[in-house]
Design a binder for this molecule. Structure first.
Ligand code: NI
Length: 182
């Protein structure tokens, strides 16, 4: 049985806290929650389920959005039509990044932000993220383009940052000359 997640809204102060790193194992209860996050994100990207369960499409979630201020993120990336890759990273850290910056031309969205916010969010075009898997094994992921944006967006959540904090209020949009827009 699919149960929709209770995702905190942007007004909730818990989204503005810097989350703490894991120093021990991820609990069974937390692992179950991760499974639900993966299912929620996957369903939200499949039209049939999106409509059936009235979901907003999303590619990622971070624990603080569920009221847990611990450093864990989940990304479900549709890398090919109908094909999804799941990324679960404990204590994620950007260990290197490109010089090049990009932005999603349509702006970014967030399952905690229930309104449209216009503006380009500058992000690194490529990042390498290190961290741990759910069993505590070290992992390293190279991400580019939309997936790179997703990692930066979710890691921001662990630091209490929402995507619109990064939109320049005086100049919310870039031209193609200034930045590569996806
Ligand atoms: Ni978000």
């Amino acid at each position: 049985m699919f149960k929709k997640l209770n995702i905190l809204d942007e007004k909730d102060k818990r989204l503005r806290i810097k989350s703490v790193p894991y120093t021990g194992p991820v609990s069974d209860e937390e692992k179950e929650l991760v499974e639900r996050m993966i299912q929620h994100l996957t369903y939200s990207q499949i039209e049939e389920y999106e409509l059936k369960y009235d979901l907003r499409p999303g590619t990622g979630l971070a624990f603080p959005q569920l009221g847990i201020n611990k450093r864990l993120i989940v990304i479900v990336d549709e890398y090919e039509k109908g094909k999804f890759a799941n990324y679960v990273v404990v204590n994620p850290k950007i260990i290197s990044h490109s010089e090049e910056m990009i932005a999603a031309d349509a702006g970014e969205g967030c399952l905690s932000v229930n309104r449209d916010v216009d503006g380009h969010v500058p992000r690194y075009a490529r990042v390498t993220v290190s961290g741990l898997d759910l069993d505590g094994n070290p992992i390293k992921i190279r991400a580019r383009e939309e997936l790179s944006i997703a990692f930066q967006h979710e890691i921001d959540h662990l630091n209490g940052i929402l995507f619109y904090d990064r939109i320049n209020k005086k100049k919310p949009f870039f031209s193609e000359k200034e930045m590569r827009l996806l």
